[in-house]
Write a protein that binds this ligand. Sequence first.
Ligand code: SF4
Length: 335
Amino acid sequence: MNEAAMNTPPFLISEAVDLKLHYPIAGGGWAGRSATRYVRAVDGVDLAIAQGEAVALVGESGCGKSSLGRALLRLEDPTEGVVRFDGQDLTALSQALLRPLRRGMQMVFQDPFSSLNPRMKIGETLAEPLRVHGIETGRQARETVAEILHVVGLEPRVAERYPHEFSGGQRQRIAIARAVIARPKFVVADEPISALDISVQAQIIDLFDDLKARFSLTYLFISHDLAVVRHIADRVAVMYLGRIVEQGGPDEVFDHPLHPYTRALLDAVPIPDPEKERHREIAGLVGDVPSPTTVFQGCRFASRCPHAMDICRQRDPVLETVTAGHSVACWLHME
Ligand code: SF4
């Protein structure tokens, strides 16, 4: 790589800047602007995803991962902050102006069955994005459908069949094929393997790896299970109650976790060796998960953190770089 290329910052495909997504609660004083209580699903997130990068977003259920993924595609309107896709500010666009951008950003859902129309043949389902975005129709579209089915590991003849004729793993392959057939620049995969058998999960992970190499796909892979993301992620972002509390390369986050929450998540990953599993010590979390309606003054993890100090309850730690490419929001690691 020449010096100019080395000094050129990577092109960002997706970016969130101080993104907030707060949902008003019914009975919480709701009257539009006068609502007094909100679920703070996303509560001040900065995240930048470079072209060709696979970022894994991990955390317990309810931490705001899916809301963040949807907001990055402007499937949800942010309460505050900015979302950019391919250099464009999505927050400033009307639905009509967003429509042509939809081809470039797609989503894969947890439940492939609900994302496929049971009354449409697989071939029709896959050809739909090509038709809707004015890319191809007729014979050309049928050829592209056959091609993408081959890419995701299915026989082209399955185009004539219906979703109920497939297993869960095959249906997820079809849903992934539908997401990538129009060659999007960015895909958000929201827990795409958590509804599948363990034996099938590894195959779908391999498929994401393959698609990344084949199409230079940029994607955000959302998972509550840290163990599954190590091998596919270029970067891992750990989310807790609406905030990213640690991010870095998989080796840094898995082998040198800095945030007590990341360490606890890693401790909860089962070890495949039953002997080691029996003897290991798990640094269990103390306390309860605070309500997502809480307005935090200090660190949002303080009520569960075994290392909480006075400063943690008084001041909110922000994400700071500790070593190159590895950042954490924790007072234990601040100067
Ligand atoms: Fe624990 Fe304090 Fe770090 Fe929060 S800032 S994770 S409470 S040590």
